[in-house]
Design a protein around this ligand. Sequence first.
Ligand code: ADP
Ligand code: MG
Length: 257
Amino acid sequence: MTAISLENVNFAYNGSFRLEDIDLDIEAGDLTGIIGPNGSGKSTLVKLMAGYIAPDSGRVLIDGQPLARFKRKAVAQKLAVVSQGIHTDFDFTVEEMVSLGRLPHLGRWQSEGPRDSQAIEWALDITRLTDFRQRAYNRLSGGEAQRVMVAQALAQQPEILLLDEPTTYMDMAYQQEMFTLMTRLNQEGITVVAVLHDVNMAALYCKELVAVREGRIFAKGAAEEVITQENIKEIYGCTVEISRHPVAGRPQVTILP
Ligand code: ADP
Ligand code: MG
């Protein structure tokens, strides 16, 4: 089954950038990595999938239904998004930030019930934030704050999780933990789509890779098909060597000085 489909999607900002002729199917249950250089349109693609922006032409389908016909709240019950760089001026604790993820499930003026608390506890636990729950969100490190935003998205209990650069501010250990978490969520049945800068981590953990270049899908497929010397040259303009990961066997990129 297809979780997200973009059919002949075109989108332009007021400036010069445009996403063109996007035909893309994200299969339910996959862990998909979106790679590509800065400014190639990865975040724009995620915003289209999330329904934050609407295509100028073509359409976006969620579980086979046009996204445009969903109510905002119905979208949020299916799909959660962790965007790049979320800041707040409010003095929320970690727990308060995570509980905001329950809003799509609450009626107006309705307070949290046991199902909400369970979801919040699960989200805190799976992201290893239980000990951080009383900490001030605004005073966390970049990597910790990113984990809180993932926990908030998970408190939504989505079927689909969209992550825009979830590992960018993370050290090696946090990155590994985040990829392990994405894998675990994926094994629990959540469709995960993540924009990733680190091509080697993407190749190591993702079932499918989508490479974006200048507003178009340049390549899509398994890491072996997408991560080739020629493709990396075309996508990033870098000359690299490709080798095999010594344990996992996936392709890995080495930059040549
Ligand atoms: P990526 O995530 O791959 O770095 P983006 O999708 O964020 O790329 O942006 C693609 C291009 O669109 C960039 O040139 C960026 O400057 C431009 N862009 C992004 N958001 C807007 C916006 N709200 N209005 C106008 N241009 C934008
Ligand atoms: Mg981006």
